[in-house]
Design a protein around this ligand. Sequence first.
Ligand SMILES: NC(=O)c1ccc[n+]([C@@H]2O[C@H](COP(=O)([O-])OP(=O)(O)OC[C@H]3O[C@@H](n4cnc5c(N)ncnc54)[C@H](OP(=O)(O)O)[C@@H]3O)[C@@H](O)[C@H]2O)c1
Length: 225
Amino acid sequence: MAKQSIGILGAGKLGLALANIGARAGYEVLIASRKSAEALSLPVSILAPGAHPLSAAEVIAQSDTIILAIPLSKYRQLDPAAFKGKIVIDAMNYWWEVDGKDTLFSTIEATSSERVQQYFSDSQVVKAFNHMGYHDIQAVSSAGAAGSVKAIAIAGDQPSAVGKVAQIVEDFGFEPLLIGFLAKGIMLEPGSPLFGANETAEKLQGLVDIFAHSEKGQAFYGQRA
Ligand SMILES: NC(=O)c1ccc[n+]([C@@H]2O[C@H](COP(=O)([O-])OP(=O)(O)OC[C@H]3O[C@@H](n4cnc5c(N)ncnc54)[C@H](OP(=O)(O)O)[C@@H]3O)[C@@H](O)[C@H]2O)c1
């Protein structure tokens, strides 16, 4: 059977960790940053052996599913037309040290992934791989016995795209935890009890419930339920 392929834009801490576990899971991983494929070949060969460094344009053209692992303030540098018909996995978070304090990237009325969906209007955006640190993602292979498999929360509006991303999450070695529509991805962002979580699905669901009772959760559900 042909290998499933996945594209990753961003070859930093998160992109390389995902490329590493994706290649180990048997995926054909295509990865790019702003650097040339040649410049990426050494770090990729060491940190994500088996993944293929390409140009960003090649990764986008050759992938039906593309993980955005770039700073949130940079996605508007990408041409949305090139992503038409593709599934875009939004792994990005607002991080003021990187993204700056001048722009609002996420509000209860327009959460960051909804803004990403609005920008990539001809794509299906699913939020995943946001809450767990790259070092914990990278350590997935040592997750251990059944029952201690760690969960990745997923939010999205289109059930078929969410299902495909859930399969990728599972293939990569995690338990998918579906948390609902795309806007609910707000609970995966910095400042939420889920942010940073490296937990089983049961414990992650407990954090979803804690978010719901938090001040921000109450405000969110008050407006967006
Ligand atoms: N680090 C984590 O543990 C973690 C966990 C979950 C989510 N996230 C989120 O994942 C994203 C990436 O975080 P990171 O820690 O991996 O950052 P990072 O180490 O700084 O890497 C960022 C990568 O994005 C690339 N990039 C920037 N603009 C680009 C563009 N227009 N096209 C293609 N590639 C571009 C950079 O390429 P160049 O080097 O060529 O500029 C670099 O490879 C952020 O949104 C972050 O919030 C991070």
